[in-house]
Design a protein around this ligand. Structure first.
Ligand SMILES: NC(=O)c1ccc[n+]([C@@H]2O[C@H](COP(=O)([O-])OP(=O)(O)OC[C@H]3O[C@@H](n4cnc5c(N)ncnc54)[C@H](O)[C@@H]3O)[C@@H](O)[C@H]2O)c1
Length: 294
C-alpha cells in the first residue's frame, strides 16, 4: 500500500538518513519540509521531494495528508541557543505548534517526534538548562497532551548526540565529532570546553534513523530513547583522536545523561551497531598523521 510520509527537517543531518531509508521502499512518497536554516541541498536524497519553508506554514505548503509525519525540523543545537533565543522560540515553539495542529486537523496517521535526551539530565531538570532543551521538553508536553486531549496518534523518540556521515564540522552549528575530525586534519590542538569531564552518549546517525523508523512502525506514545548505552567524556573523545587538548571556557551543558525510559530496546529490540571510539579509530587509520603533515 502506498504511503505519503512527511519528514520535517529532511535536509538536515538525521532527517537525511531517515529519508535515505524511506525512499528505498517504492511504495513510499517522501516529502521533506525544511527552511534551510541549518539544512543543505547537499543532503538531498534522490527519490524524495524537497519543499522549502518554515513549519509554521505547513498547512499551506503540504496540501497532502501524510500517513506519517516525522518531525525533526527544529532549531537543534544546545550551546548557541542562548544567543539565538528568538529563533529557537520561532522555529521550535511557533513551528511545532503548527505541526501538531496540522496533524490533529488533517487526521495524520502518526506524528513521530525527535525529542532530546537533554530532558533527562540532572534528575529531569535538564529541560530548564538552556533555551533549546526548554523548547524540546515543552514540545514533548504539548504532543503528550494532544494525545490526551484529542487522541492524536504519536510516538516520541529521544536522540543522543548523533555522529556519522553528513555531520557538519564547520560553522556555528557544527557538532563535536565532525568538528574534531576537522581539527585532527588541521593538526591543531583539540579545543575542549572546561571541565571536559562532561559525558555524552554519542550515537551513530544511521542507528538513530533506523530507530525512529522502527518507532513509527511499531511504537506508541512517549519514551523511545535511542542512545548508545556507554557515555564518553569529551576528554576521552579528544584522546581517541590522539590529542593534544587545549581547554577553553564555554558552556559545557549537562554533566551526563540522566536515567531515561528504555522502550526502544525493550519493545522494538533496537540497538546500536557502532561505538564512537571504533568510529574514531577507523577515521584515524584512514587519515594517518603522516598524511596530515604533507
Ligand atoms: N543531532 C542530535 O544529536 C540530536 C539530539 C537530540 C535531538 N535531536 C533532534 O533531532 C532533530 C534533527 O537534528 P539534527 O542534528 O539532524 O539537526 P539539523 O539542524 O541538522 O536538522 C534540522 C533541520 O531542520 C531544519 N529546520 C529547523 N527549524 C525548522 C523549521 N521551523 N521549519 C522547517 N525546517 C526547520 C533545519 O534547516 C535543518 O535542516 C532536531 O529536532 C533535533 O532537536 C538531535
Amino acid at each position: 500500500m502506498s504511503k505519503t510520509i512527511l519528514v520535517t527537517g529532511g535536509a538536515g543531518h538525521v532527517g537525511s538518513h531517515i529519508i535515505e531509508i524511506l525512499v528505498k521502499d517504492p511504495n513510499n512518497k517522501v516529502i521533506s519540509l525544511d527552511n534551510y536554516f541549518n539544512g543543505s541541498t547537499d543532503n538531498h536524497i534522490n527519490g524524495a521531494e524537497y519543499r522549502s519553508g518554515h513549519t509554521k506554514d505547513i498547512d499551506k505548503l503540504i496540501p497532502e495528508t501524510p500517513d506519517i509525519v516525522f518531525h525533526l525540523g527544529e532549531y537543534a543545537r544546545v550551546a548557541p541557543s542562548f544567543d539565538d533565543v528568538e529563533k529557537v522560540y520561532d522555529m521550535n515553539i511557533v513551528g511545532t505548534f503548527a505541526v501538531v495542529e496540522f496533524c490533529r486537523k488533517r487526521g495524520v496517521g502518526k506524528l513521530v517526534y525527535a525529542a532530546s535526551s537533554t530532558k533527562f539530565a540532572i534528575e529531569g531538570d535538564g529541560r530548564h538548562q538552556n533555551p533549546y532543551s526548554f523548547t524540546k521538553a515543552t514540545n514533548i508536553d504539548l504532543i503528550n497532551n494532544y494525545g490526551r486531549w484529542y487522541n492524536l496518534p504519536f510516538a516520541i523518540c529521544y536522540f543522543y548526540n548523533a555522529f556519522g556521515p553528513r555531520e557538519k564540522g564547520i560553522g556555528a552549528y557544527a557538532t563535536l565529532i565532525a568538528k574534531f575530525e576537522q581539527i585532527y586534519l588541521s593538526g591543531e590542538p583539540f579545543t575542549v570546553v572546561k571541565p571536559g569531564t562532561q559525558k555524552r552518549n554519542f550515537t551513530y546517525v544511521k542507528d538513530l534513523a533506523r530507530g525512529i523508523i522502527l518507532t513509527a512502525q511499531k511504537g506508541q506514545g512517549d519514551g523511545y530513547t535511542l542512545g548508545n548505552t556507554k557515555g564518553y567524556s569529551i576528554i576521552e573523545i579528544a584522546q581517541a583522536f590522539g590529542g593534544p587538548i587545549k581547554y577553553i571556557d564555554g558552556y559545557p551543558g549537562r554533566t551526563e545523561s540522566g536515567d531515561a525510559p528504555n522502550k526502544a530496546r525493550e519493545e522494538l529490540a533496537w540497538d546500536t551497531t557502532i561505538d564512537i571510539i571504533d568510529y574514531i579509530k577507523d577515521f584515524v587509520e584512514k587519515h594517518p598523521k603522516r598524511s596530515r603533515e604533507i
